[in-house]
Ligand binder design. Sequence first.
Ligand code: SF4
Length: 214
Amino acid sequence: MNNREYRVMDSFEQLKQDCSNCSRCILGATRKNLVFGTGNEHSDLVFVGEGPGEKEDQQGIPFVGPAGQLLDVMLKLIGLRREDVYICNIVKCRPPQNRDPAPDEREACSQWLQRQLALIDPKIIVCLGRISATSLISPTFKITKEHGQWYEIDGRKVIATYHPSALLRDVSKRPEAFADFREIRSALRALGHPCDPLSFYSSENKETENDPVL
Ligand code: SF4
């Protein structure tokens, strides 16, 4: 069943409730908190990361550590706030020691993500990092070679870029990631979203005025 066929089955609150009781894989046994997702449940744009880390597990919110702060900056650079988009992960429970989620764990959790996507019905999905891209685009996806390219999946535009954690470890990748975000901004503008950093900076977020621009 693809994510469009799930739509009629769910409400968002019911889905979160059902997911909070999930024990389909071993990650459910060690989680402190389920990290279901956060943001605008009606957004045209969904970011899908890999899995919760320690801070996310403690708070039950995705991308709350330094990687999340970097993601927030990159969103601002294309005129978006976190609450304008929806952010979630391939697996909803933290893999111990921040290891990659195993294939069987990703498979077990995929139904939750597909049902989320069915309800949100975004026009654009951004895979953050290799694990997300190999799960949603192609099992053979090579993030270093294929990031920034558009794919059409289930009638949606899908693109991958580096995970913010990778950009924290290796700043030399940031220009490529910024180029990917410019692609995302162009796609959003084609949908009628202004994505104007100046309008965002000019109001309640004056502290970001010195951020670099794309
Ligand atoms: S990671 Fe996903 S499938 Fe595994 S227990 Fe958590 S919610 Fe369920």
